[in-house]
Design a protein around this ligand. Structure first.
Ligand SMILES: C[S@@+](CC[C@H](N)C(=O)[O-])C[C@H]1O[C@@H](n2cnc3c(N)ncnc32)[C@H](O)[C@@H]1O
Ligand SMILES: Nc1nc2[nH]cc(C(=O)O)c2c(=O)[nH]1
Ligand code: SF4
Ligand SMILES: [Mg+2]
Length: 278
């Protein structure tokens, strides 16, 4: 049986934090033997925030869910709406067991079919402990949605892979952030990793962040290369305010529907505004 360390405040590993290092599997420190004689393996993640909200994006829009936002990202999109989990990753380490307990407490008086958890970030696939966390949620009967840019291969049970591949124009400015510009380009599109994640998940959706018509061809080419059916493709306007969403609607929605994709209005912004913890 998996033995986990209780809540800890040790700092993030370099891979989860602000480092420019490549992204190897993260070695978890092994604790001294306990009374059973077996070593207790520490399984924790660097967590930015957890909160209850309604899913605002994609095919499960409206679904009451418990959100877990890991901190740290291997990309640095110029538009990232959660810089506190990417550009300046903040938070604390939390054991995977306590994360499951927190989610169970939220749904304590609800039927099993209501237990939805959304794992997001930052990049939730960065820390190795995401794998046992997904297994624990799976064993506890939760529906797991994984919000990811899809650049890191992991073995995990996932009910909905919500894959948001990062287009060429999402890289940070080359003059202001030369190192991150280069890393973003190197890391953003490992097609075989994305194919593997899609194949091993129960269900999937592609979510593209669009700020300009010039991205249309790139999106269609990617959908073909990943062999994803148009009904599983969601187009989101880049933006963090209702004004941004309203401005995109007239030019972006008609194209989306003409090519058979879904338009995704980022409902959490309309419901709650661009606020943390929503
Ligand atoms: C903050 S990301 C975290 C998960 C993962 N790193 C990713 O990018 O998919 C969560 C979702 O928000 C989207 N997103 C981030 N900033 C955005 C913005 N300014 N406008 C629209 N969508 C955005 C991402 O593309 C992704 O679908
Ligand atoms: N309500 C709500 N829905 C979401 N769907 C994906 C989110 C994310 O940040 O990954 C998100 C989020 O931050 N809030
Ligand atoms: S990949 Fe996701 S979390 Fe990372 S910078 Fe881009 S939008 Fe933000
Ligand atoms: Mg969000």
């Amino acid at each position: 049986m998996l033995q986990v360390r209780s809540k800890s405040t040790s700092p993030a590993s370099p891979e989860e934090g602000n480092s420019t290092a490549p992204v190897p599997a993260i070695a978890d420190p092994v604790q001294p033997p306990n009374s059973s004689g077996l070593p207790t393996v520490s399984q924790s993640l660097f967590i930015s925030e957890t909160f209850s909200s309604r899913q605002g994006e994609g095919k499960l829009t409206g679904q009451e869910s418990f959100f877990i936002r890991t901190s740290g990202c291997n990309l640095r999109c110029w538009f990232c709406d959660t810089p506190y989990a990417s550009w300046q990753p903040t938070g604390q380490r939390q054991s995977i067991e306590s994360l499951v307990q927190d989610a169970q407490a939220v749904f304590a008086d609800k039927p099993a079919s209501h237990r939805h958890v959304v794992l997001t970030g930052g990049e939730p696939l960065l820390g190795a402990a995401i794998e046992p966390l997904c297994h624990l949620f799976h064993q506890a009967g939760f529906h797991v949605t994984l919000e990811t840019a899809g650049t890191i291969q992991r073995e995990l049970p996932c009910d909905l892979l919500s894959l948001s591949p990062k287009l060429a124009s999402s890289a940070p400015d080359a003059k202001q952030h030369p190192r991150w510009h280069q890393l973003h380009e190197q890391r953003r599109m490992p097609l075989n990793t994305m194919r593997y994640l899609i194949e091993t998940a129960k269900d999937h959706q592609l979510k593209f962040v669009v700020s300009d018509r010039s991205q249309f061809d790139e999106i269609q080419s990617l959908v073909e290369q990943l062999e994803v059916h148009p009904s599983n493709v969601f187009i989101m306007p880049q933006g963090v305010s209702i004004d941004d969403l309203d401005a995109a609607l007239p030019w972006l929605q008609p194209w989306t529907e003409q090519v058979g994709y879904h338009y995704c209005d980022r409902m959490q912004i309309r419901w709650y505004g661009n606020r943390r913890g929503t």
